[in-house]
Design a protein around this ligand. Structure first.
Ligand SMILES: C[S@@+](CC[C@H](N)C(=O)[O-])C[C@H]1O[C@@H](n2cnc3c(N)ncnc32)[C@H](O)[C@@H]1O
Length: 272
């Protein structure tokens, strides 16, 4: 997951918006006649076809990439460990603003060694579960998140599995996902959002924090097998998965050459 905007992107694919615009020019299908939500779903299906055809390779390559990264904060942040404190401070401010009602159980998705679990979530929740695909990071998280100052039981379950296969079996007060969603294909992203929605306790939030492109294009990184999406892409995908966006804030005080980083808090459409 590159934090910086590199030189020329290796590959770009059209954004959802572009797909939606162009689909309007085409002859109307039955789905198109069923209103904007069907249109979004349709556009997602169109834009997903290419990436999902490559799915096993896409996930396998990312696994291989992360297995060669040191299990340290620096490794998690692509050599920019020095931004961790600013990142956590921005996330703390964001959580204060949205006022998460419960404080029992949180989930950290794509947790790596548990940087966010340890510095952001354990101080706020009685117990934190995490999901991480890399076995060495998952093991390291056990040690990194269990310090002598951490109350016993703060670290809950560690699910060593890819988010594309993960389904929550508990109800969480907060589900946090950071710098990992670029590793999911378009269809898996929406499916993941749908499953996560089912794992939220009443009044709970799902928060994502991700790099976004300044252009309307999706930028593909072949080295770590990830994509960086435009902000609007996340908005559309969350809505397609049945979420409403409650708050959206750009992280401040990051070095200028990084991609813009946004935090988006959302709740299921049907909840208060
Ligand atoms: C940039 S690191 C971020 C780690 C952590 N979220 C943080 O901010 O410190 C990306 C993490 O996502 C994990 N990851 C990559 N693909 C994943 C997938 N499909 N499912 C779950 N985790 C994944 C990597 O193993 C790595 O730990």
């Amino acid at each position: 997951m590159p934090l910086t905007e590199g030189p020329a992107p290796e590959k770009c694919v059209n954004t959802l918006k572009d797909e939606m615009d162009s689909s309007e020019d085409k002859e109307c299908t039955q789905e198109h006649r069923n209103g904007p939500e069907a249109k979004v779903a349709d556009a997602v299906a169109i834009s997903s076809a290419a990436s999902n055809a490559q799915e096993p390779k896409f996930y396998g390559k990312a696994q291989k990439y992360w297995s060669g990264v040191p299990a340290t904060v620096n490794g998690m942040l692509g050599g920019m460990g020095y931004i961790s404190a600013t990142d956590i401070q921005g996330s703390n401010n964001f959580l204060r603003e949205i006022r998460v009602p419960g404080n029992k159980l949180a989930l950290d998705c794509g947790a790596g060694i548990g940087r966010i679990t340890r510095h952001l979530l354990i101080p706020r929740f009685h117990c934190v579960d995490l999901v991480e695909q890399d076995p060495a990071f998952a093991n390291k998280a056990r040690e990194y998140c269990t310090t002598e100052n951490t109350p016993v039981g703060s670290l809950g379950e560690i699910y060593n599995v890819g988010l594309q296969k993960f389904t929550p079996t508990k109800k969480y007060d907060l589900i946090w996902s950071q710098w990992v969603l670029g590793h999911l294909t378009e269809l898996d992203l929406i499916d993941f959002f749908r499953r996560i929605r089912q794992g939220l306790a009443p009044g709970a939030f799902f928060v994502l924090k991700e790099n976004v492109t300044k252009s309307k294009e999706i930028i593909v990184d072949d080295e770590d097998s990830s994509v960086t999406r435009p902000l609007e892409h996340y908005d559309i995908s969350l809505k397609a998965a049945g979420f409403r966006i409650v708050r959206k804030v750009r992280q401040q005080n990051f070095p200028k050459d990084l991609y813009p980083v946004y935090m988006i808090a959302c709740k299921p459409l049907s909840s208060a």
